[in-house]
Design a protein. Structure first.
Length: 176
């Protein structure tokens, strides 16, 4: 198991790096707005982590991975020390968007899937306070630079993970 170097909240820091490494970190629900890396992209990340170690710390919110779940998986596979830090802010959705939107090269279909996921949450809201209405599709579309109709079509396939296939499904062809 990899060791963890961390600047975590006191409740996790008290466990010590060895205990954190032995405890599997869970993904924060907001991390699922973006797809998990698979295939060649994940293989390339694993090879990079193997050669260069973890360059960017994993960001935790409420003890769960808010940003860096692909890096966490790569470090776990390669038994590389995991660096983590706590999220400092009051807009975790805005943070996830900012941290992921521009570093990933998503096509329009993938951005529509992200928009459909984003439309499940209210921007800036505490996701555990019972508010799950989501952003209006128009705002999600504007944030992700896609058409509102593309997001509406993507929302129809979210219940069918096999159709989403790493958020790359052809959402422009979904019937409905």
């Amino acid at each position: 198991m990899p060791t963890v170097e961390t600047t975590l909240q006191p409740s996790l820091a008290l466990l010590g790096p060895e205990k954190i490494a032995m405890t599997k970190l869970e993904d924060h629900p907001l991390a699922a707005i973006f797809p998990i890396l698979e295939g060649d992209a994940f293989t390339a990340l694993v090879e990079d982590v193997k050669a260069n170690r973890l360059q960017e710390p994993i960001v935790l919110c409420e003890g769960k991975i808010l940003d860096g779940r692909n890096r966490y998986r790569a470090c776990t596979l390669e038994k590389v020390m995991i660096k983590a830090r706590d999220y400092q802010g009051n807009d975790p959705i805005g943070f996830v968007l900012s941290a992921n939107l521009h570093r990933r090269h998503l096509d329009e279909n993938q951005r529509a899937i992200v928009g459909a996921n984003l439309a499940k949450y209210e921007l800036g809201a505490n996701q555990h306070a019972g508010k799950k209405e989501g952003l209006p599709v128009g705002i999600a579309a504007e944030l992700l630079n896609v058409g509102a109709r593309s997001i509406a079509r993507a929302k129809k396939i979210l219940p069918f993970p096999a159709l989403v296939v790493s958020a790359g499904a052809k959402v422009t062809r979904v019937a409905g």
